[in-house]
Design a protein around this ligand. Structure first.
Ligand SMILES: [Zn+2]
Length: 316
């Protein structure tokens, strides 16, 4: 048996806090690392010390995905110790990205904004290129087994929220680390991302997310430890709730489009009037995902008006 200790860390994001987990058994594993920066690093260090653990005691770090609030602590931790990092293989291109890759991604986001009818100058999340200097990284894939505290955990690939999301599932006990794939406190976004290197079209993250939810609904998970908020054990009813919320959003979009053709940005300002500036991307991503879903159901048609894609209901 392993002991699982939640380490709650503060973030500047709307979710408030992010969870890392300390798993203590035959070996010591840290699942996720919190945000970048000294403040979060110090908080993590203090909370580990409260459990009599120092960074040098940690045998491995496993990341549930590479969003910054989960993976951001890696560089400062590796400044102190050369601990091995495990992460899904889809993170490889991000971790090894060149300036050219970064520019290609930024131009994808500018085009996506324009196509939505938003203003890239006001609404794009400004980022600057930073070379990742992680060491000792090993890549995980679907079906891999990894020892955590002496227990065998299976890697279940669950893309959607990001392209690097994994669950770590102990078949014997049902204990599962879920990252942001399934969180009880809020419905997670399936973020629009640039095309995976080697492909030319963007991913369909909400469709991926729904396939991943359907996949894990067939697994007998027991206690689920998410990336934010409390652990839970009723993953099936939570999945049902999330699917229902998606249907409700689809219905809202259909209602809005019943009054005429609209861009994703126009739908966004009706559905999420309080989103402003760089937060707009969250709404655009959410709505584009649901539009992808409505398109697979042959309910929508689209046409270009200049650089903007306008959507309308198929039967109008
Ligand atoms: Zn995330």
């Amino acid at each position: 048996m392993v002991e699982i200790v939640p380490i709650e860390l503060e973030t500047h994001f709307a979710e408030g806090t992010v969870n890392a987990f300390l798993v203590i058994g035959e070996t010591i594993t840290l699942i996720d690392t919190g945000n970048p920066g000294k403040e979060s690093f110090q908080q993590l260090k203090t909370k580990l010390h409260k459990n009599n653990i120092d960074f040098k005691d940690i045998d491995q770090i496993i990341l549930t995905h590479i969003h910054i609030d989960h993976a951001g602590g890696v560089p400062l931790i590796q400044n102190e110790v050369d601990v091995p990092i495990y992460v899904h293989e889809m993170a490889r291109c991000t971790l090894n990205a060149s300036f050219g890759d970064f520019e290609r991604d930024m131009s994808f986001f500018r085009q996506f904004m324009e196509q939505c009818g938003a203003d890239p100058l006001n609404h794009i999340v400004k980022r600057s290129f930073k070379e990742e200097k992680w060491r000792n990284v090993s890549y995980l894939k679907e079906g891999d087994m990894i020892q955590i505290g002496g227990q065998n955990f299976e890697v279940v690939y669950v893309p959607g929220h990001s392209q690097t999301d994994i669950l770590l599932w102990d078949k014997e006990t049902g204990d599962t680390f879920a990252g942001d794939h399934l969180v009880k406190a809020f419905s997670v976004n399936a973020f629009i991302e640039p095309p995976i290197p080697g492909t030319i079209t963007r991913t369909m993250p909400l469709l991926q997310y729904r396939r991943s939810l359907s996949k894990i609904s067939r697994l007998p998970l027991k206690r689920v430890y998410p990336g934010h908020g409390e652990s839970f054990s009723d993953h099936l009813s939570l999945i049902q709730q999330r699917l229902l919320e998606q249907e409700n959003r689809c219905e809202q979009i259909v209602n809005i489009l019943s009054r005429g053709a609209k861009s994703v940005f126009e739908i966004c300002t009706e559905m999420y009037p309080r989103l402003k500036d760089r937060m707009i991307f969250l709404g655009l991503s959410q709505i584009q995902g649901h539009i992808d879903l409505l398109e697979t159901r042959n309910l929508l048609a689209s046409e270009k008006r200049g650089s903007i894609l306008m959507y309308r209901l198929m039967n109008e």
